[in-house]
Design a protein around this ligand. Sequence first.
Ligand code: CAA
Length: 410
Amino acid sequence: MKIRVGIDAMAVAVPRRYIDIEDLARARGVEPAKYTQGLGAREMAVAEPGEDTVSLAAEAARRALAAAQLPNSQLGLLVVGTETGVDHSKPVASYVHGLLDLPRSMRVYDTQHACYGGTAGLMTALEWIASGASGGKSALVVCADIARYGIATAGEPTQGAGAVAMVIGRNPAMLEVDIGVSGTSSTHVHDFWRPLGMREAQVDGHYSVQCYLDALAGAYRAWKTRALERDVIHGGGIASEQLARICYHVPFCKMAKKAHLHVRKCDLEDAQRPWDAAAEEKHGAASFAEQVEPSLVACARVGNVYTGSLYLSLAGLLESQSYALAGRRIGLFSYGSGCTSEFFSGVVGPRAHERVAAAPIAEVLAGRERITVPEYERIMGLTAPLDALPRPGGFRFTGVTEHRRQYSRA
Ligand code: CAA
């Protein structure tokens, strides 16, 4: 009998502060339309040192477990995907495990490959459950990161921070993943990386966009082959149109548009349709508006969350369209610079709306405070926690004692 596995609950955590992207543009002497239309940004989350990867991950995980109403004793695996960990040895997952008082019997570790790390954790969890190795237990997968390029760099308006936690289990309420139907593509490139000891990422911006698109073409075509073999989609026409929505990795929202147009170009080439640029401009824009744009609302208000960006896009999509999408198949594309990537798919569950209502993103975003650009610049320079004003219920890094990181909970 087929085991149905997927995402049973999701929750998001973001920093308490954000800046308006138009304020940032004006402060940098840039036409605001470059950031709003050119990059598709609206707001950018600003994490201060008290809101590190651990505190964001723990907060998202706490909310996801509450939404799933799952007893901790049912968990057998905790994986945190991150590229902004807090220690060379002790994983973020270990801190989260302790802060949430999770069972000793669990497997607990981090996964890293740039923005793909969370997907690595998700795939492990799905296949662990589908194989029967979990013995009926569920998994907790958390994607948490702080995206940082530095003041007045080209990457500055594409920073952000946050965490997305997912409870993975059988008979999932939110998204049943098509196990074994995924496509991957990897190449050794230096498009984006962060050498040991550096807080800010190194990036070859325009090259990274091309690396993303090349990886997407490979992963999408590999997914399509598997999906056709397994009757997940049928042949002929524009294959991507058989997906009700597609969520992409979102380093900045405009990237998702470039990605979607590239997927359509692959489809047209594969179907050996003649390329009509004028017609495709019209059809591509309409298809983007229907298939992708609804998933970008939350991303535009947070910025890049590296490992969490694809899942913030998914959570945002389900928050606004879970009723309309129930029973329909969507596609997901995960990209990790360096690079590796995966295109996969799943069917939205009939009870997704219940889980959305139990952990709404709108509530998380509404609880934030807008700050000025000088305040943001001051926070970027800090190395110690800013103040002792945690969000009610939130976790917080408070300092280091004898090389041990300390956390508190309000
Ligand atoms: N009004 C409207 N649009 C404007 C404009 C204006 N006044 N001025 C410029 N634009 C448009 C440009 O035409 C351009 O649009 P297109 O890409 O559609 O042509 C867009 O604004 C950006 O302009 P530039 O390309 O000139 O911007 P830039 O060179 O300053 O920086 C960037 C863009 C390279 C993406 C930079 O923000 C960056 O390095 N970001 C970080 C790297 C990144 O996110 N890479 C993505 C792929 S890698 C990945 O996905 C992993 C990850 O998470 C990092």
